[in-house]
Structure formats: C-alpha cells, structure tokens
Design a binder for this molecule. Structure first.
Ligand code: COA
Length: 183
C-alpha cells in the first residue's frame, strides 16, 4: 500500500520507479543542489537513492519516509521530502525538503514541515524532530523558524560540499513544544 500524507495543497507519498526522472532533474540542477547534503552526484547514486527509498516502503518497522511531494489535483512532482529516524536514536526524527524551483517561495516547505511534525509527534510519537541546513541557506533556516523549531547551534565547516566548506545550522523541536504551538 502506498503511504500518503495529505496537506492543504500537496500529497506526500512513497516514491516509485517513475520518479527516477524527477530525482535526476533535481540531482542535475546545481541551483537546487547547492546547499543540499545528499550525495546525488551521478546517475548511479541517484538510482541507489531511489532504490533504497522504495525498499523502505515495504518494511514493517519503517524508519525512513522519503516521500515525493505532488501537487494535489494534477499530481505534478514538486519535490523530495523526508522524515528519517536514526535506529540508534529512535525517539528522534530528521526532516528535510528539496523542492523544484517552480515551487519555491510559496510556503510549500512550511506546509510540508508542519505535516511531518504532525505525523512525527502525533502518529510516530517521537520526542524530538530536527532539521539542518547550510548556514548560507537562508530560505531553509526561515522555514524552520516559521514552523517553531529552535536554533540549536552550528557545526562549523565539517564537510566539503561540492564547492565550499559547509557549516550546518541545527534546528529542533520537542513534542511538548509542538503540542503548545498547536493549542
Ligand atoms: C529551501 C526551500 C526548501 C525553502 O522552501 P520554500 O517553500 O521556498 O520556502 P518558503 O516559501 O516558506 O520561504 C521561506 C523564506 O525564504 C524566502 N525564499 C524562498 N525562496 C527563496 C529564494 N529562492 N530566494 C530568496 N528567498 C527565498 C521566502 O521569501 C521566505 O522568506 P520570509 O520568511 O522572509 O518570507 C526551497 O527553496 C528549496 O527546496 N530549495 C532547494 C533545495 C534546498 O536547499 N533544500 C533545503 C536543504 S536543507
């Protein structure tokens, strides 16, 4: 069965083999990938990424939700999203969003992030959800702030990301904080 989360304007659902072209499109666009810490550097990495995401959909104790964002109605692919639980830290989830440029600056990422917070705390009963972004990625930081996540600190220049040393800003929110936001 295909896993789905519905938001106001989007459907987040399991990826399928037909999404290969969409992920390739993201991977080949340096403007989209500039601040994204996911290694999709060639077709082989893209295929492996998609294959892992599809394999995960069949698991009973699912720890990873890598979902396509599709426009409600048209079904048009809008981007890649994820909520992933580290098996070593099962009370914590990480969220992330990578949209196609046509979908930028329309508050879609906030809509997606809020849906994942609802799902992560409400259904999966997580205790903490975090997101991270390149310190140069101001839109991404803004989205996390909009959704009520707290800035927790910066890991300085810890990885070479294609053309620069990336410093990563961490943002987090706890179940109790989300509950008081939703009240
Ligand atoms: C980062 C990203 C997820 C933001 O999503 P979004 O839906 O465009 O975000 P929003 O529309 O809520 O915009 C958030 C803020 O960034 C601003 N913004 C969005 N896109 C922008 C752009 N291309 N240039 C400048 N500012 C931008 C918005 O105006 C808004 O600012 P405000 O809070 O002051 O009004 C999206 O731009 C994206 O997918 N980028 C490429 C991949 C990426 O970097 N993903 C994040 C990896 S951590």
């Amino acid at each position: 069965m295909v896993f789905r989360i519905t938001t106001e304007r989007l459907i987040l659902e399991d990826l399928n083999k037909k999404d290969l072209v969409h992920i390739q499109r993201i991977a080949r666009d340096p403007g989209i990938m500039k601040y994204v810490l996911i290694w999709l550097e060639n077709d082989e990495q893209v295929s492996t990424f998609l294959q892992h995401a599809i394999e995960e959909t069949g698991l009973t104790d699912r720890m990873s939700y890598v979902l396509a964002a599709r426009k409600k109605g048209s079904g048009e692919f809008a981007g890649l999203t994820f909520l992933e639980i580290d098996p070593e830290l099962p009370s914590t989830g990480e969220v992330g969003v990578v949209l196609l440029p046509d979908y930028w600056a329309n508050r879609y990422a906030s809509e997606i992030l809020l849906a994942y917070l609802e799902f992560g705390f409400g259904t999966l009963h997580l205790h903490r959800i975090f997101g991270k972004c390149d310190e140069l990625n101001l839109p991404s930081a803004r989205v996390m702030e909009h959704c009520g996540l707290t800035y927790e600190g910066t890991l300085r220049e810890h990885v070479w990301l294609r053309d620069h040393w990336r410093s990563t800003r961490y943002y987090g929110i706890l179940d109790s904080e989300f509950a008081s936001l939703s009240r």
